[in-house]
Design a protein around this ligand. Structure first.
Ligand code: SF4
Length: 284
């Protein structure tokens, strides 16, 4: 009989679960339409379930006129909230408190006259939101980016760093080491959220022992895709699925240990459904 194991840390993180709760609560308690600014999370199944509960998606604050608008866990630029409020939209801010902390620190550094560096992925919603809180801030993602900013005279003598919550400590270390000899004063706020790292470590540990791995989460979810890559490196029979209906019995044939990992936007009920289906397929 195959052994089925779920990674020690899997599924929704605190910030995403909180955003989903706020959206569901609004759907049941608020009068009038409820919309999220962009898809609430990178999980198409959850987004379509929310739609069935009456929570739609608005592409811009203007499109939410006459609605209650939920701000996503990743946060947005302050102008988006201002624009919504100016249009008479009722705003429910579901920005993860850890992301809010990054915004506050970036604002504070900017007010105190530091050149603000946001260590993160250019174009990512969370990074764009943080940039909006510190006008003139620069995005860096490597030692080379720091060097380039220095050579093009974009760094003042006082530099402050905040970090996109999903970045790695190794990347922060690389950027800080590059900066130390270049500036007079350096203030570093390590705003990395451990939720992502804990899920990656747990998935890696399980994948290194499993004969087959199933990773659950949106294909548009960067953290789930990364989990699937980590698992593939350790377990060649790794399958990334969005929905239980995608599971195929042949994937699990002959496997003695079948592992399950799930990204930070995957709800527990999706994990439970996949586990139950694997039990059926594996003949348990
Ligand atoms: S990964 Fe961390 S920072 Fe991001 S939403 Fe989840 S709890 Fe918040």
């Amino acid at each position: 009989m195959a052994k089925i194991e779920i990674a020690a840390e899997a599924g929704m993180c605190f910030g995403v679960a909180r955003a989903l709760d706020l959206a569901e609560k609004a759907a049941h308690e608020v009068e009038g339409p409820v919309k999220t600014l962009g898809p609430l999370i990178h999980n198409p199944k959850v987004v379509s379930e929310l739609e069935a509960e009456g929570v739609g998606v608005a592409a811009s604050p203007r499109q939410a006129q006459g609605s209650t608008l939920i701000i996503r866990a990743h946060g947005v630029v302050p102008e988006a909230v201002e624009e919504a409020k100016a249009a008479g939209v009722h705003v429910v801010d579901a920005t993860c408190p850890y992301v809010q902390k990054v915004h506050h620190l970036a604002e504070q550094l900017s007010r105190d006259g530091y050149t603000v560096l946001v260590l993160g992925e250019r174009g990512h919603a969370e990074v764009e939101g943080t940039l909006g809180h510190a006008p003139g801030a620069l995005v860096v993602n490597s030692a080379a980016d720091v060097r380039q900013a220095y050579e093009s005279m974009k760094l003042s003598r006082r530099v402050g760093i905040v970090v996109q919550t999903t970045q790695t400590k190794a990347r922060l270390q690389e950027v800080v080491s590059e900066l130390v000899p270049l500036v007079e004063e350096l203030r570093v706020y390590n705003t990395i959220c451990e939720a992502t790292e804990r899920r990656q470590k747990a998935a890696a540990e399980l994948a290194s022992r499993a004969d087959a791995m199933v990773v659950i989460g949106g294909r548009n979810s960067a953290n789930t895709t990364h989990l699937a890559e980590i698992c593939s490196d350790r377990c060649p029979r790794t399958y990334h699925i969005e929905d239980v209906s995608e599971l195929e019995g042949s994937w699990l044939a002959g496997a003695s240990t079948i592992g399950i990992a799930a990204g930070a936007s995957t709800p527990q009920k999706q994990i439970d459904a996949v586990r139950a289906r694997i039990e059926e397929l594996a003949g348990k």
